[in-house]
Design a protein around this ligand. Structure first.
Ligand SMILES: Nc1ncnc2c1ncn2[C@@H]1O[C@H](COP(=O)(O)OP(=O)(O)O)[C@@H](O)[C@H]1O
Ligand SMILES: [Mg+2]
Length: 322
């Protein structure tokens, strides 16, 4: 088990960005630095934490955790669909096939929950029964399991814009995807989700909802890109306390980035105005959450690679491409 001191020692070495001129053209996502070179993509997962559509802080070991969680799932879901993954030259880095990203995100939900204005629960609690092009019965409770998983796709907005909900029919009408491709993504989305649910259940974890991104590789095949079943792209609840929390009308215990979002909300911050100071203590606690998530999900002990992240990564990448 990782010691609190190990996390504290890493507070000053977190990775908030890179600038490697030897790696090719750089594109900066919210959390990943991407470099492209010769039809390949180098994805560097930083320690940045985004919430309310902005970068809040950095969390020790978060990049390594997300990257290695994603690798775990690419490996264990390749019988369902292939991914862009080629290799991992560093704990924070994936070397991948450059793909043509498909212009939608496939969100899949097994429970009716959420707190933001686009969430299923918010819309339902406002009396809507036709949401995301789907019909919902009366009488559902917050955080209740849905009779079957539902897909609620969104557009993939350019950086700085919000993803918008879109229906399957609109995706095809607007020519974003052919019907055949949409059907394929929908089928793979449900298969991936159910596989994740089953695996997580064995670990005492509920995979509540998640989103997948797909791309077309150089051979024209559709593969998984970006990240999969990480605490950033998914909501996870602790199975053991779920029923009692639901019965008591309380929020389930979670192991995702909801933790810091809820902490901020409790300080009165909802995304506008001045942000409360994120103390070292809260960054350490958040790191603990991410580590707990990693260990519960993968069933493996987390092996932190500490020290100067940039220096290590540069050495590994120079080596790899030499
Ligand atoms: N293999 C790939 N080919 C092309 N684009 C990819 C690939 N893998 C990931 N991407 C894209 O790279 C970006 C990854 O950086 P990230 O920080 O996750 O961005 P975002 O802010 O969009 O979430 C995303 O826009 C994702 O769609
Ligand atoms: Mg992303």
């Amino acid at each position: 088990m990782i010691l609190q001191e190990q996390i504290e020692a890493q507070l000053d070495h977190t990775l908030s960005g890179t600038d490697f001129d030897f790696l090719g053209e750089k594109y900066e996502g919210k959390v990943r630095d991407n470099y492209t070179k010769n039809g390949k993509r180098i994805l560097i997962t930083t320690d940045k934490l985004s919430a309310f559509d902005r970068i809040i802080t950095t969390i020790p070991f978060k990049g390594q955790i997300l990257n290695q969680t994603t690798q775990f799932w690419f490996e264990t879901t390749k019988h369902i669909i292939g991914s862009h993954y080629i290799d991992a030259p560093d704990p924070n880095v994936v070397y991948a096939e450059e793909c043509e990203p498909l212009p939608i995100e496939m969100v899949v939900r097994g429970y009716i929950t959420g707190s933001t204005g686009t969430s299923l629960w918010y819309n339902y609690s406002q009396g809507e029964r036709h949401i995301y092009g789907l019909d919902f019965p009366d009488g559902l409770e917050k955080n209740q399991k849905l009779p079957e998983p539902i897909i609620t796709p969104t557009t993939k907005a350019p950086k700085g814009h919000h993803d918008e909900k879109i229906t399957a029919a609109e995706i095809v009408e607007q020519g974003l995807l052919s019907q055949e491709d949409y059907d394929y993504l929908a089928r793979k989305t449900v298969e991936l989700y159910l596989h994740g649910v089953e695996h997580c259940a064995k670990q005492g974890v509920i995979l509540v909802d998640t989103k997948y991104e797909f791309g077309r590789n150089a051979n024209g095949e559709i593969v998984l890109i970006d990240e999969i079943h990480t605490p950033d792209s998914s909501r996870f609840w602790i199975a053991e306390t779920y029923e009692e929390k639901l019965a008591a009308g309380e929020e389930p215990d979670n192991i995702n980035k909801e933790f810091l979002r809820l902490w901020l909300a409790n300080q009165g911050y909802m995304g506008d105005g001045e942000m409360p100071e994120i103390t070292p203590d809260i960054r350490v606690q958040t790191a603990m959450k991410y580590i707990e998530a990693y260990e519960m999900i993968t069933g493996e002990e987390f092996q932190p690679v500490g020290g100067d992240t940039i220096e290590r990564m540069e050495a590994n990448l120079r080596d790899y491409f030499a």
